[in-house]
Write a protein of this length. Structure first.
Length: 191
């Protein structure tokens, strides 16, 4: 478990599966995922058993508010490759009421600190669907660079769209991490 002044990052439990499914297929989140087919709880449990419980390759965290332990989102590293020092990163805030309050910045900071300082990874990458400009902008604050665009890679909501890959090296992240951490430390613990 990882704690900040405002948040707790804890492993996903089976009891979290319903809220994760509800978040994942809410309109404000699913539009940013390549695979946005709805799933039932049986499929959600299989995802949990096959993906989340594969802790060698995947590191999933429920993010909850420290003051009331209320889950607000999910962050994760998957395809963790310790030999080559890289992993894919993603996250989402589950409820729009938590948008624009610095939680996304804090979630990204903690996940990248975990990736680079605890797992000792060399590179973290993310894939963002065309139209995810706010997500790319947030990643750029952490020194992510766009390294490629897969043209019309994903069939999404009735049309083919691009998939954009961004990545950051450990030393590039470490250049900006202290400044971002300072900003996060100054954020109030309540809205």
């Amino acid at each position: 478990m990882i704690k900040t002044k405002r948040l707790i990052f804890r492993p996903i439990e089976e009891a979290d599966l319903e809220i994760i499914r509800d978040w994942r297929f809410s309109e404000n989140i699913y539009k940013y995922f390549p695979d946005n087919e709805p799933v039932n709880m049986s499929c959600q449990k299989k995802w949990f058993e096959n993906t989340v419980c594969n802790i060698k390759e995947n590191k999933f965290f429920i993010v909850a508010k420290l003051d009331d332990n209320n889950p607000i989102g999910l962050t994760y590293l998957q395809k963790v490759d310790l030999k080559n020092g890289n992993a894919e990163f993603s996250f989402y805030l589950g409820d729009p009421k938590y948008y624009s309050k610095g939680y996304a910045v804090e979630m990204e900071l903690v996940t990248l600190e975990y990736a680079f300082n605890y797992l000792n990874l060399h590179k973290v990458y993310a894939e963002v669907l065309e139209g995810g400009d706010r997500i790319i902008s947030l990643h750029e604050k952490f020194n992510f660079k766009t390294v490629g665009t897969f043209k019309e890679q994903i069939y999404h909501e009735g049309r083919y769209i691009d998939l954009i890959r961004v990545e950051v090296l450990k030393n590039e992240f470490l250049e900006v991490a202290p400044k971002i951490k300072s900003i996060c430390d100054k954020m109030k613990s309540s809205e």
